[in-house]
Structures are given as structure tokens and as C-alpha cells.
Design a protein around this ligand. Structure first.
Ligand SMILES: [Zn+2]
Ligand SMILES: [Zn+2]
Length: 647
């Protein structure tokens, strides 16, 4: 008999060779019907695999992320089986599960394939799923494995095999399909009740642009049709909120092939919006004792050799630029930190000067493969709302508090209510991996955790996820559709102060190293605006939105009055414009709704006579006629509520 420890720490005895499904059955029939895989100590296994030693286990179902992953990876196999039947000779690369579903990279040979083929493949997948095919795990020798795929003519699998050691190779067989795979898999294919193939894309084999482009098919499966229906509604909503689409419709930003891939162009409305975000943060930072600095977009390669960024970006990013006469080498700035270190060093610093907080909206450039670029979230040039705090080890806690206050103000003003804080600490077993003294690490780690606790934040602690140069805190927000986005970061750094030989004179008259804290509450302006667009669907808070109001004269006769209204609004610093096109009022209202203008002010004879505007609020409808001054006050009040103390 073996001892099996369940998640509630109760221990049960089972015969040697018991499987997850059998353990589930001993608990309840219902659980047994739903178990997709099992966590055995630290590994995820097939629920049908024999367990022959004492173990701590967790039975995984659709409500567990790992359970979903097992289902989706199994679905990738099933899709491959369907494709092999429909397109003989297809060869397979890799087919992992991903955050929402799975994909498989496939070489279709001479078959031309498009999303038009999806219904046919989906039908086949469901047909095979009903056959209740088991996933059979088999240990194979490397030479047998190579033999199998050589006979099949799948060079991709043979290449993958080259990287594996004999003794660690397993095949999974389901129906007529055999795959090189580590597993785990679901007990049988009948768990898959609904399938949707989502998209098709080109993907270079092993991510290498010099190698063959395979066809990547993305899909998702569910244990119930109802789950798929709900997912499709979510997908529709996500499509409507796609920041690339909204950015174009709302005339915020654009891309031009001629300017270059991954280099966003901010249009007037977008640039003004971004400027409002910057002004907001500058105001907050000024209050918090930050000083603005400015740096050029390039720096001498020696700067980045000192900082260590040359080793990181020198080979894999943009090539250095050389001057024509002196042959000096410059690098596009990948990070602002080295420049700020040099600013710190401009004069001797005493403990009385600390903390020094240097802030800059600094634009940086990093190479991304063209296939990886995506709207404003993956770009080659972006502006960080960067700042570096240089302080004593004792000041770390207060500085963290200060940065967190800023992050909270931002989340409030932009209506991010749901977020978690991820704290990345050292791996306690591997202290020698990290630079900086134990004492300072402990101090900083304790400070970060205390601050999170004092603020009552929803916190996840990740041991071993800290960078070698310091612990950090990341903010993940959940948007209106429940999707998680990583935004701001606060990072402690013991490395750059060493590399740049930064010092301050302490109260003991001795030289000391300051601690450096990197922080960017928005992350980058590009990414932040993208997330904001997807979160709000373009319905920005009033203080931020491009046009706060639009004046809609119902005919040409009321143009003069409309202009008068506009003047009053503009004089009160309300952003507004007139739609003076020769269109019907209904059409003007519909267009203003599409541009997500919060207030539409309809003016005609009665309004002119009474000195009023008829107010319509976006998404809410008619608020009735109001005196212009009353409307101005309404806007001011609403902005005050949004911005709180920052106003
Ligand atoms: Zn597999
Ligand atoms: Zn930095």
C-alpha cells in the first residue's frame, strides 16, 4: 500500500499502482467523471497513470488552470489526428496549450489551407472525440523514436528528438495518431464536447526567420457547448475592444510601413490624450518630490557596457550607430537607467540629499521580431514613465510606499478596480545567485511585504522570481472582460549602483552605496493606452477623453448659437467641437456615439431662445435641457469626482 496525501492534508492508503481516476472514484463518482489530470508532488500526470510511491496529490478538473491546460494540449493532438486524416502527408512541429486554448504548427506540404477549412476540421475533431479514444503513454528508446518518425517522414519531430536524451522519451498514442510528447493527457477524448478553431497564422519553425514557415492553427475546446457559446460572446466583445481597431476609429494612433514596423505615430487626438496622462503623472510626482530630467535618445556604447545593457541588447537588438569622422559608436537607448546614473554622479551626494528621485518620460528602442509586433502592446520604440530613486537602504520602505501611493492614484483615476500585486523574492535555497548583501536583501524584501500588507493589497508572492539584482513588485490589472494585463513595476537594484560606482557620504562621514529603485507605474505610455482602450472600450474617463462634448446644431440656422455655446465651453477649458456638417441630427448623434464623445449638446430654436443646450450622455441618453453654466458645472463636478485630490 502507498500513502496518498490529499490537498486537505488527509492521508489515505491505496494499493501500489493506483491511478488518479481510481482515487477520484474512491472519493465520488462525480469527481471521477470530471478528473482531467492529476498533480503528483510537483508534476502533472495523466489521471490514468499508475502511482507507485507515497505522494501528495491534487485531482485536476476543468476548474483548475492545469486541468484546462491538459484538456487543451490533448485537443492539439486531436486536431493533429483530424488534420492527418484530412490532409495526408501533413507534418507536425509543436502543439502546446496556451492561455486560451492551443495551437499546432503544421507543414501542410502541397495542401493550400485557410480558415475556410475550419468547419471541416472541427467536424472531424468532434467525430473523433466521440470515439472516446484513450491516450496511451509509451516509453520509447531514442532510436525507435527516430525510426518511427523517419518512416513517417516527419523531419520536425526528428529534429526535436535530437535535443532529447535516451530514457526520457515518451510517445502518446490516441486513435491513429502518435506524437512525441511528455504529456500529460486527459483520460480519453470524450471530454472534448465543443471545439472552435480560432485563427491561422504563419510561424517560423523554432521561431527562426531563416527557417521554413509552418502554418499555425489556433483553437479552443470545452467540456460543454454552453462554455463555448459564452467564450464566443467574450471573443466578440474583445474584438470590439481591440485597441488597434479603436485606435484607428477614434483617430488616436496609426502605423506606417514607410516609417517602420512597430513604430507608432501618435495622431493629434492621441498625442493630446497621452499628454494629459503625462501631465497627470507629472503633477502627482511633483507633489511626491520627483524632479524631471531629460536625456538624449542615444548613448555611447561605453555607457551600456558599464551598465551591462550592451551584453543584454548589444547582439540581439538594433546595431550601433557610428559617427562618420571619429568612428564613435552609439547605441539607441534601450533603457533610461544608465543616463540617470550619470545624472546622479554629476555632483557629490550626501545622505541629506537622499532620496534623489529622477523622473523622465524616456523613449527607448528595442528590437522585436516583426512577427511579434502587436499594436501598441509590442512595439520597437516606446516611452516609459520612468523614474529612478536613489536612497539609503533604510529609506527603501518609505520609497516603496510612496510609489505605491502613486500607482493607487492612477488606478483610481482610471477606474482599474481589480488588480493583484505580484512580489518577486529571492530563491531562499540559492542565495549565492544574487548580487548585494544578505542584510540589504532581507531589509528590502521585508519592506516590500510589509508595505503590501499594510495597504491590504491582494498579493501573490513568487519565490525565486526576483532578478539577480533585486526584489520587485509588479501590478497586474484585470480589465472589464476579466483579462489580466501587467502594468506598473517597482524594482530594487543593487547592481547598477555598483557598476556606476554611485556613492553618498553618510552621517558617519564614510562613503556608502545608495540603493536604486526603478519604477514605472504606467509601464509604458503605449502599453498603458492600449490596456486602457481595451478596458474602457474607448469610453475614457471624462478628464482624459479627447472630446468631452460635441455641439450638434439641428440645422444651419443655429450655427451661430452653436459657436456661442462652443466659445463658452472652451473658455471654461472644456474640450469641445461643433459638428457643423449638413446632416440630420439623428446621424450626427449616431456618429458622436461612435466616437464615444461623453456629452452631446443638441441646439435648435428652443435652446437658442432659452439660452440652454439639450444634453445627451453617451450610453445613457437624454438628460434634458440645461443652462450652459449648469452643464459646465456638471462636467467640472464629474471630473473632480474622477480625479479626487489630484484635481
Ligand atoms: Zn501531448
Ligand atoms: Zn530603470
Amino acid at each position: 500500500m502507498i500513502n496518498i496525501t490529499l490537498p486537505d492534508n488527509s492521508v489515505r492508503q491505496y494499493p501500489v499502482g493506483v491511478t488518479g481516476v481510481e482515487i477520484a472514484k474512491s472519493i465520488s463518482e462525480g469527481l471521477a467523471r470530471n478528473v482531467l489530470s492529476i498533480q503528483v508532488n510537483d508534476e502533472i500526470w495523466d489521471a490514468t497513470r499508475s502511482i507507485s510511491m507515497d505522494a501528495k496529490i491534487r485531482l485536476l478538473t476543468w476548474s483548475d488552470l492545469e486541468g484546462k491546460a491538459t484538456m487543451w494540449h490533448s485537443s492539439a493532438h486531436l486536431m493533429a489526428e483530424a488534420i492527418e486524416m484530412l490532409y495526408p502527408g501533413a507534418k507536425f512541429g509543436i502543439g502546446p496549450d496556451i492561455e486560451n486554448g492551443f495551437y499546432y504548427d503544421i507543414d501542410f506540404g502541397n495542401h493550400a489551407i485557410s480558415s475556410d477549412d475550419f468547419p471541416k476540421i472541427e467536424k472531424k475533431i468532434l467525430e473523433l472525440a466521440k470515439e472516446k479514444q484513450n491516450f496511451l503513454r509509451k516509453n520509447v528508446t531514442k532510436s525507435d523514436a527516430i525510426g518511427y518518425f523517419t518512416a513517417k517522414g516527419d523531419e520536425y519531430k526528428i529534429e526535436l528528438l535530437a535535443g532529447l536524451d535516451d530514457g526520457q522519451i515518451t510517445f502518446y498514442e490516441s486513435g491513429k495518431f502518435t506524437d512525441l510528447c511528455r504529456g500529460p493527457h486527459i483520460p480519453d477524448t470524450s471530454f472534448i464536447k465543443a471545439v472552435k478553431l480560432l485563427s491561422i497564422a504563419g510561424a517560423y519553425w523554432r521561431g527562426d526567420e531563416k527557417r521554413k514557415q509552418l502554418t499555425r492553427i489556433y483553437g479552443i475546446t470545452f467540456p460543454k457547448q454552453k462554455d463555448l457559446d459564452e467564450f464566443l460572446v467574450f471573443l466578440e466583445e474583445a474584438k470590439k475592444r481591440d485597441h488597434r481597431k479603436l485606435g484607428k476609429e477614434l483617430e488616436l494612433f496609426a502605423f506606417s510601413q514607410k516609417v517602420g514596423l512597430g513604430l507608432p505615430l501618435w495622431l493629434p487626438r492621441g498625442a493630446a490624450l497621452r499628454e494629459r496622462l503625462e501631465m497627470f503623472l507629472k503633477k502627482v510626482q511633483k507633489k511626491a518630490g520627483y524632479e524631471q530630467v531629460m536625456c538624449p535618445h542615444i548613448g555611447n556604447v561605453e555607457l551600456y557596457k558599464t551598465s551591462g545593457h550592451y551584453q543584454k541588447y548589444g547582439e540581439s537588438s538594433f546595431r550601433p550607430i557610428t559617427t562618420p569622422v571619429e568612428g564613435e559608436e552609439f547605441f539607441l537607448k534601450p533603457m533610461n537607467c544608465p543616463h540617470h546614473c550619470e545624472i546622479y554622479k554629476v555632483k557629490p551626494r550626501s545622505y541629506r540629499d537622499l532620496p534623489v528621485r529622477l523622473a523622465e518620460f524616456g523613449t527607448v528602442y528595442r528590437y522585436e521580431q516583426s512577427g511579434e509586433l502587436h499594436g501598441l502592446t509590442r512595439v520597437r520604440g516606446f516611452t516609459q514613465d520612468d523614474a529612478h530613486i536613489f536612497c539609503t537602504p533604510e529609506q527603501v520602505k518609505d520609497e516603496f510606499k510612496g510609489v505605491m501611493d502613486i500607482v493607487m492614484l492612477i488606478f483610481k483615476a482610471l477606474n482599474f478596480k481589480d488588480f493583484i500585486v505580484q512580489i518577486s523574492l529571492r530563491d531562499p535555497e540559492n542565495n549565492e545567485k544574487y548580487i548585494g548583501s544578505d542584510e540589504n536583501w532581507e531589509k528590502a524584501e521585508r519592506a516590500i511585504m510589509e508595505v503590501a500588507e499594510e495597504r491590504g493589497l491582494n498579493t501573490v508572492i513568487e519565490l525565486g522570481e526576483a532578478a539577480f539584482y533585486g526584489p520587485k513588485m509588479d501590478f497586474m490589472v484585470k480589465d472589464a472582460l476579466g483579462r489580466k494585463w501587467q502594468l506598473g513595476t517597482i524594482q530594487v537594484d543593487y547592481n547598477l549602483p555598483e557598476r556606476f560606482d554611485l556613492e553618498y557620504i553618510g552621517s558617519d562621514n564614510q562613503k556608502h552605496r545608495p540603493v536604486m529603485i526603478h519604477r514605472a507605474p504606467f509601464g509604458s505610455m503605449e502599453r498603458f493606452v492600449a490596456v486602457l482602450l481595451e478596458h474602457t472600450a474607448g469610453n475614457f474617463p471624462l478628464w482624459l477623453t479627447p472630446d468631452q462634448a460635441i455641439v450638434l446644431p439641428i440645422s444651419e440656422k443655429y450655427q451661430e448659437y452653436a459657436k456661442k455655446v462652443l466659445n463658452l465651453l472652451n473658455n471654461s477649458e472644456i474640450r469641445a467641437r461643433i459638428d457643423d456638417r449638413n446632416e440630420k441630427a439623428g446621424k450626427k448623434i449616431r456618429d458622436a456615439e461612435l466616437m464615444k464623445v461623453p456629452f452631446m449638446l443638441v441646439v435648435g430654436e428652443r435652446e437658442e431662445h432659452d439660452g440652454t443646450v439639450s444634453v445627451r450622455k453617451h450610453g445613457q441618453g437624454d438628460l434634458g435641457p440645461q443652462k450652459i453654466e449648469d452643464f459646465i458645472n456638471l462636467v467640472r463636478e464629474e471630473m473632480k469626482n474622477e480625479l479626487g485630490e489630484i484635481n
